[in-house]
Design a protein around this ligand. Structure first.
Ligand code: FAD
Length: 536
């Protein structure tokens, strides 16, 4: 329930508890310890500590319950498997992952390709309670050219997410996978962009029985103890922010607070609403719902919702050539991967970085960490069948956008999203090249399981970007500045993958957490100079 003692006024309101919102809470807890902060999250609390990854929940029934609770009002059937995609395809190539829910309507407009697999997660921790944790740095044209301190911000993002390049690097088959890929693909690449272990938001812990287990980072790691122990920070689940409140004054438009609806009693759009005033509001409600909230609030800069892009993706599965049976034995692994819940580590996760010359982000991983379905009846040596996912950078265009209906509403009574999305001729060529590139990589590793790579439906990457993009100046092609401050509305920040302005192929969360760090630091600076805090 919205706490009775919810203050009428705080310094900062954060909307959304995925890693982007959590990064604001963390940096502000560290750098502005006197600030009062409340974070409103539309979804329920599903794990402990708040925001923890569901794969860290050992009990399969409890894990499935956490996934179902993240899937909004139309969750998958209760008995849907937790670790495979069985039962998840819903026709029309609308691939969906456990813990997420597909947009029920509006994912395709007449005559356009649409985004059949567009999905969201609604829970404390957002999608990062369900993610794969790959945290590569962007390279070459993926990088944001007007941010000279991008590398420092990425380093800070890695700290917040607990990124490690070594946690799975020593997996029994990982070295062999990397060696075969490197032999085939490394020629001509700069040292930092050669085949290497994927940086992952994961750590290894020793369990009570003495065996090592992998613990996946979610927003819990981003929040960190400093946020959880911050007496001036409050996290409120099942609280949907329905409006950002603003006022027009002599110095222009500025934020005054938010209106928030209590969803905890199950009344949906009829739940009671409250207003909380704040000088700073951060909307970190994912790349589709951040523009939704701004639009509903009458904050409609010309670029809002536009330049929407997702990473076209091809996948292929391959059986590693010449793998000794012993590599997948429980004795080698210290654990039997077939009976141990959660993610185990046989072949690790390898990374083939994006470069301008090879403009694909490749990740190669054991199939229990990958969305590639295995053929029925296949019982391979654990880790010996790996999935290859090659992501492409989309040809970004202003017309690809999430628009909102003036009349229709979504399940929460918010303006219904309408996705406009079409692959260009260049995108089709890129996909063709990606299919050739993934096949080359697969043949270096072993024998492909299928004749042709599979091209996923649009939206399947779950990496939606650009809809509230940042820009170097307010020229109508961006929504916010380099500190994620919305042009023309003082005190309003946006956060998440929607802020990324470039066409990236690599997984975006590290980058959006890095951008959130810069935004949170700018709020911390503003708070230091505000009269209320001058004497604190
Ligand atoms: P989210 O994590 O989506 O959180 C947004 C939150 O805002 C949600 O909890 C939502 O309920 C809340 N919200 C929305 N509207 C409102 C409102 N009006 N009021 C209050 N709250 C609201 N990314 C990678 O970088 N690497 C990977 O390997 C990777 N693998 C993935 C695998 C899977 C299966 C999935 C599902 C995702 C994966 N992702 C990966 C994507 C990654 O999880 C997202 O990039 C990341 O979570 C985005 O963070 P965010 O904070 O911007 O948004």
């Amino acid at each position: 329930h919205l706490p009775d003692h919810l203050p009428d006024h705080v310094d900062v309101v954060i909307v959304g508890s995925g890693p982007a919102g959590a990064a604001y809470a963390r940096v502000l807890s560290e750098q502005a310890p006197h600030a009062t902060i409340v974070l409103f999250e539309a979804g329920p609390l599903i794990s402990d500590p708040p925001g923890a990854h569901v794969k860290n929940i050992a009990d399969p029934a409890a894990r499935a319950a956490a996934q179902r609770a993240s899937e909004g009002r139309r969750p998958a059937a209760a008995d849907t498997p937790t670790d495979t995609l069985d039962g998840y395809a819903d026709g029309a190539h609308r691939l969906v992952r456990p813990g997420t829910s597909l947009l029920p309507t509006g994912w395709r407009q007449p005559g356009e390709d649409g985004m059949p697999a567009a999905a969201v997660s609604t829970n404390v921790g957002g999608m990062a309670a369900h993610w794969t944790g790959a945290c590569p740095r962007p390279g070459d044209s993926e990088r944001i050219p007007f941010l000279p301190d991008l590398d420092d911000l990425l380093t800070e993002g890695e700290r917040l997410l607990g990124v490690s390049s070594t946690a799975l690097a020593g997996a029994p088959l990982a070295g062999e996978v990397r060696r075969r890929l490197a032999d085939a693909l490394d020629a001509g690449r700069a040292p930092g962009r050669r085949v290497q272990p994927m940086p992952l938001a994961v750590r290894r812990e020793t369990g009570p029985d003495g065996t090592g287990r992998l613990v996946w980072s979610g927003s819990d790691v981003v929040f960190g103890a400093v946020t959880r122990e911050n007496p001036r920070f409050t996290l409120v689940p099942e609280a949907l922010v329905t409006r950002v409140l603003t006022t027009d004054g002599p110095e222009g438009r500025r934020v005054t607070g938010v209106r928030v609806r209590d969803l905890s009693a199950g009344d949906g759009p009829d739940g009671p609403e409250h207003e909380v005033s704040a000088a700073h509001v951060v909307v970190a409600a994912d790349a589709l719902r951040t523009p939704q909230l701004l639009w509903a609030s009458g904050v409609r800069p010309p670029a809002l919702g536009r330049y929407l892009n997702d990473q076209p993706q091809v996948v292929f599965a391959v059986r590693l050539r010449d793998v000794p049976q012993s590599a997948g034995e429980p004795e080698t692994l210290g654990v039997d991967p077939r009976t141990t819940p959660g993610i185990t580590a046989q072949s690790g996760v390898s990374w083939v970085p994006f470069t301008d010359e090879h403009p694909f982000h490749g990740q190669v991983m054991q199939l229990d960490a990958s969305p590639v379905p295995l053929p029925a009846g296949d019982d391979p040596v654990p880790g010996s069948v790996v999935g290859l996912g090659w992501f492409c950078a989309k040809d970004v265009q202003a017309g690809d956008r999430v628009a909102f209906s003036e009349t229709e509403v979504d399940e929460n009574g918010m303006p219904a999203p309408r996705l406009h999305y079409t692959l260009t001729a260049r995108d089709h060529r890129t996909l063709e090249e990606a299919r050739a590139a993934v096949r080359r990589a697969a043949l270096a590793l072993g024998d492909p399981l299928d004749d042709e790579p599979l091209t996923f439906p649009n939206g399947a990457s779950l990496h939606y970007q650009g809809s509230v993009r940042m820009g170097a100046q307010d020229d109508g092609t961006s929504v916010c500045d380099r500190d994620s401050r919305v042009w023309g509305v003082a005190g309003l920040h946006v956060a998440g993958n929607g802020v990324i302005p470039t066409a990236t192929a690599c997984n975006p969360t590290l980058t959006s957490v890095a951008l959130a760090v810069a935004g949170a630091r700018s709020i911390a600076r503003a708070l230091q100079h505000s009269p209320a805090h001058a004497g604190a």
